[in-house]
Design a protein around this ligand. Sequence first.
Ligand code: AMP
Length: 381
Amino acid sequence: MECYLTCLNNSHGEILLPDRVPVVVGRMPELGITDKVCSRNQLELTSNYHSKYVLVKRLGSNPSQIDGIEIERNTTSKLISGQKLFIVNMKYPHCVKFKDSCDQGIHEERDSSHHVKDSFPPSKRTKSYNKTDAAKKKLKIKNATTNNHDCLEDESSSEYSFKSNEDNVQSGVKISLAETTKTDKKSATTSKHWSSGLKSAMEDPENQVFQDEEVIIIKDKYPKARFHWLVLPRKNIPSIKHLKQEHLKLIKHMLEVGQALVNKKTDDSSLTSIKFRYGFHAIASMSQLHLHVISQDFSSKFLKTKKHWNSFTTDYFVDANDIIAELKTNGEVKNRSSSRLFLDTGLRFVHCNCLQLYFVICLQLFAGATFVVSHRKICRL
Ligand code: AMP
């Protein structure tokens, strides 16, 4: 027995709703919904295979409906086969289908590395996981999932979030739709979770600024400064947490190629005074290890929020040399799971060798939203 969320407009493939495992859906590529009226966490769907219904909890602020009847926010309604679920504002009609046949194996073909049982420590697993062996076998969870309450939203995309593995564990069960979507050719391409975007970006030759046997350098798609590149290892290493002593050489190499690129690009005498930093975010939002190579002007239309600013100007930004030192002495990188606090600290001025001053004005514009305007005061060499 399996349960699928099916789009009545056929705009995406079927989405597996595992037995008694909450799956959050909303504005996301997997559902083909880009309408900002729809929250990224619009609905939480929990299927019950035994009783053949799906509990629908509305999390988003705008209304969702079952057969035209509004589901109140934070309340749960039952959805059964034959009923129409409108994701938001009587739009995006879906239904649920309970099917007896199960084509096991389609999910295993894609990535055998992130099974539910591997992704959560035993203490954090819910009872339902232990009960749902079939679901366990088929489901995988990406390094970052769809819990986007804290995400930093860019107008242009959902690229930026400081949500991490740790959050997903803490917040309980959140399943990446990318991994629960039934695989047909179309959904295989659309179902990739945004957090794996760097992996596809680095494989695209058009993005590659530099490559060798060990690493690939790409331009950051949403640069937070005038120059902003990402150095990625070819090897699959999800984050700094996964680094061991054996990676020391690789990290040194990543730093070296980053520095070499900067030297090459800033060879021009007018650019030699530009300062750069090389480091990792303590809790990266994107999976696949990436070294940020970023100029310290922070002159960018993409640097829009306090969190963006703090992620590069506080200890949330971990210097590559610190990582190298930790690997040398301890053979691992220290735990930085509380680093998220840096993102909410007050804005601070950034002085570059006391020669350049950047100041930041924080404007409380709309309801509680924080915008950062960075401005460079000319105080040059
Ligand atoms: P973080 O995971 O916090 O270290 O930051 C991820 C970085 O990846 C951000 O600076 C994003 O602007 C950048 N980014 C996100 N998606 C892409 C992409 N598809 N190609 C290149 N850079 C990206």
